[in-house]
Ligand binder design. Sequence first.
Ligand code: NAI
Length: 294
Amino acid sequence: MISNEAKIGVVGAGTMGTGIAQVAATQGHQVYLYDAYPQQLEKSKAGLKSILARQVEKERMTQEEVDGILNRIEFVDNITNFSECGFVIEAIVEDLAVKKDTFARLEGIVSKDCVLASNTSSLSIAAISSALKKPERFLGVHFFNPAPLMKLVEIISGIATDDKVFNSTKKFIKSWNKITVSGKDTPGFIVNRVARPFYGEALRIFEEGIADAATIDWAMKEIGGFRMGPFELMDLIGHDVNYEVTSTVFEAFYYDPRFKPSFAQKRMVEAGWLGRKSGRGFYNYNDDSKNPAP
Ligand code: NAI
């Protein structure tokens, strides 16, 4: 059982890790947010401060609530404090070898009852857990972007996950005001598997020159009723993450052409056009022009 007073460890202070830390701190937990890159910790702290300041401006939160959240998050450049945590979630780069290495290190630090989770979008829970001596305490806890706003969290059991760990984690995440869905350890789980053809077909239409990104987004929103178009959404997710997830799902489904990654997206990753987080993706966020990239 994860206690309601548990301290929470978050590994990776990027888009998802920062959002998850905000969720946990909003629920009153003491949070340790770790990143291997100090500049990323600075970026995460500044980003969080500005998001929360906007909440005060819009009168959705009081300054006192915001101060409480910020005081409960400790931005740390090492994982030694994680020994005090009851629940640790990893949200680092979508790379199996790096995740395995991180969990092997974590296991040497956390207490024996600490539940370990990965926010992976597409990697096998079984494969990540193979790095652990106690894989039964490990599972997938997959938040969506932006974590503080998106209600759904996929809870994924690996073949080695203990049922008690699975059930108590599910209950714990529900207590964070989230809606959970249980899924099996299959590539892309539920949402990312359904979403692959949404991005993939949009990218094919773009590559074939049938319509540009802005037109496709416009059609999907205005006529299709989607909240965001596929290109806006890929810019929000980050092209590095989205491309990696597609590649993983494609490979994991034995190269089923339905999941084939796109050259257009690969080129953007290679160029460092990662979307909102780098200021440039299909749209340009540096000058607010929102012009589609050439
Ligand atoms: P991101 O690129 O924004 O952040 C990753 C962070 O991890 C960076 O701050 C980086 O410095 C740090 N990092 C990299 N290697 C590290 C290591 N060895 N130790 C500690 N920190 C390290 O990535 P994002 O988007 O937050 O994704 C993180 C994870 O969450 C991935 O597994 C991704 O598939 C998953 N995810 C992403 C979603 C999205 O919309 N971006 C949605 C749901 C899940």
